[in-house]
Ligand binder design. Structure first.
Ligand SMILES: [Zn+2]
Length: 215
């Protein structure tokens, strides 16, 4: 089994915790899922949303992709994985909150920025992260190309806002937001200091969500 042995061992612990120690939850999960929150997170191995938020099976419906991006609503015959997950979460599970969870040191956003001269990175990644091209332009206008760390940070946060804007282009989603039955949130996890920030529309900034924490 080699590399996979830690995963098998981990599953054994999970199995015991759920099926032996938490029979009530296991029985509830058999009946189906009823999550109230959809999280759109990066595929990055360091930012698992369930681990970050201490969630149990059944708590959050999750979409993960490179750079936690939401494409705009498009009605065509292409394969729309993110849009399908959105539709299922919003129209069938009727989640109450959607969190776009970005993070520092995002390789996808780094790829987007390095492609600023018009070239695309890789066969698929470049085309995908180009969804956040407008975020790159806003970040470059605010920070400039010289301050690389700050440019990455601002672009990661601007890309979250682009995804929140794109969420609103889905008519059945926007309708629920306008009716007050669905709330949209932008979160940003800082790996370097273990801080979580949330987008605050009034001040147009990402504010610390867990005030009392100090590393
Ligand atoms: Zn990332």
């Amino acid at each position: 089994m080699g590399n996979l042995q830690p995963l098998i061992d981990g599953f054994r612990r999970f199995q015991q915790q759920l099926y032996r120690d938490n029979e009530r939850l296991a029985a509830k999960l058999v009946k189906g899922q009823n999550p109230k929150t959809l999280v759109i997170a990066c595929s990055d191995s360091r930012v698992d949303p369930a681990l970050l938020t201490g969630c149990s099976p059944g708590d959050i419906f999750t979409v993960r992709n490179v750079a936690n991006l939401v494409p705009p609503y498009e009605s065509d015959n292409a394969y729309h994985g993110v849009s399908a997950a959105l539709e299922y979460a919003v129209c069938y599970l009727e989640v109450k909150d959607i969190i776009v969870l970005g993070h520092s040191g995002c390789g996808g956003i780094s790829g987007l920025l390095s492609a600023a001269d018009g070239e695309l990175v890789g066969e698929f990644v470049g085309r995908w992260v180009d969804i956040a091209a407008a975020a790159r332009e806003r970040a470059l206008a605010r920070v400039g190309a010289d301050n690389e760390n700050e440019l990455n940070r601002v672009c990661e946060q601007e890309a979250i806002l682009t995804s929140l804007d794109n969420l609103r282009t889905f008519p059945w989603l926007s309708k629920r937001v306008d009716a007050g039955s669905l709330q949209l949130h932008g979160w940003y996890f800082e790996i370097e200091n273990g801080q979580l920030r949330g987008y605050h529309a009034e001040t147009d900034s990402f504010k610390v969500l867990v005030e009392e924490y100090s590393p």
